[in-house]
Design a protein around this ligand. Structure first.
Ligand code: SAH
Ligand code: SF4
Length: 344
């Protein structure tokens, strides 16, 4: 019999499980609290009887991540982790310190099958989805390793969260549970390459999270070349979904735009972008593209990036250039793992 992934269970599900093994309901709340405050084994749950701890460990397992490498930036204190999962798979997370607290960028899949041309995470495709508990474990490990509390989460590491929809939704519900990590949904961003079916499904939940769209190009001509997903859902379909998402949730949308020299950084691109995003309450995050060893593109020079940003703002589009953190530690996701010789 397969063991139950106990940290992926909602409190109600845990209560049902406890009932099944003849234990009172309040035990579920105790276990839930242990799990979401970082217990990595049932033995740590000292307010449970030894018999119950044994019973639980026979029936369930606790998903943990093991730190394989820890790189700390000397420039800004950003910490990048390479974690090993129970089956030997490797994933990455980044811990960033801002004035308002600690933000962790988590992975949602091992690898990614979307195949964007500029991204290191997708080079060898998807190995597997992460469970909700493995997403939570990334936060708990960063908290424990640094003796801090995480206040913000961005689902912007390796993987496409909307290609792992059920587990991502489960993660959002669990991580924001008052009895769990209690990280408010307003403090969480989910980034997608433009999986329209997922955006529309997510809209139904009306989570007050920030939806980030990795747009990176204003036209199908360019986007088709750099993001395969555009051939399934083009820019119009994507922006229509964004409008629907916005009217369902009332939330401002964040558009990510990684500037690549000679590809998407021209004046014409800025003008087209401003035109297409008109009518959407949004913010554009300009990111100087991170060079990836296996790819060809380069980031534009500073002058071009500032020019692009100013042009967007002049056209009435709220846009800023993202501060790069951890530039000395391979901060762009997927790169550290490849360095480690991982081929998935
Ligand atoms: N799969 C999701 C979330 C993970 S990728 C998505 O694509 O949105 C997180 C962000 O990093 C995305 O905006 C992605 O486009 C961006 N990204 C990937 N490779 C990059 C690179 N080499 N330089 C800059 N941004 C990159
Ligand atoms: Fe996957 Fe996002 Fe990378 Fe595209 S940018 S390959 S969707 S992780």
């Amino acid at each position: 019999m397969d063991k139950i992934d106990v940290k992926s269970l909602y409190l109600e599900e845990l209560e049902a499980l406890l009932k099944e093994i003849g234990e009172p309901k309040f035990r579920a709340a105790q276990i839930f609290k242990w799990l979401h405050s970082g217990a990595t084994s049932f033995d740590e749950m000292t307010n449970l009887s030894k018999t119950l701890r044994i019973k639980l460990s026979e029936k369930c397992y606790i998903a943990n991540v093991e730190i394989v490498r820890r790189l700390e930036s000397r420039l800004d204190g950003t910490v990048k982790y390479l974690y090993r999962l129970f089956d030997g798979q490797l994933i990455e997370s980044v811990l960033m310190k801002y004035n308002h607290g600690y933000t962790v960028c988590i992975s949602t899949q091992v690898g990614c099958r979307m195949g964007c041309s500029f991204c290191a995470s997708g080079i060898n495709g998807l190995a597997r989805d992460l469970t909700a508990s493995e997403m939570i474990a990334q936060l708990l490990a960063a908290q424990k390793d640094n003796g801090i509390r995480v206040s913000n989460v961005v689902m912007m590491g390796m993987g496409e969260p909307l290609d792992n929809f059920e587990n991502s939704v489960r993660f959002l519900k669990l991580v924001s549970d008052e009895k769990g990590m209690n990280i408010g949904l307003r403090h969480i961003s989910l980034s997608t390459s433009g999986v329209v079916s997922g955006i529309l499904k997510l809209a139904e939940y009306k989570f007050p999270i920030t939806l980030s769209i990795s747009l990176h190009a204003p036209s199908d001509e360019i986007r088709d070349k750099i993001m395969r997903v555009n051939r399934k859902w083009n820019v119009s379909a994507l922006l229509d979904a964004c409008k629907k998402y916005q009217s369902a949730t009332g939330r401002r949308i964040s558009f990510e735009y990684a500037l690549m020299s000679g590809i998407n950084d021209t004046e014409e691109c800025a003008e087209m972008l401003a035109k297409r995003l008109k009518g959407i309450m949004c913010h554009v995050n300009l990111i100087p593209a991170n060079p990836v060893a296996e790819t060809q593109f380069k980031k534009p020079d500073k002058k071009q990036i500032t020019f692009f940003c100013e042009l967007l703002n002049k056209k009435g589009l709220n846009s800023t250039i993202r501060r790069t953190l951890g530039s000395d530690i391979e901060a762009s996701c997927g790169q550290l793992r490849r360095k480690e010789g991982c081929e998935t």
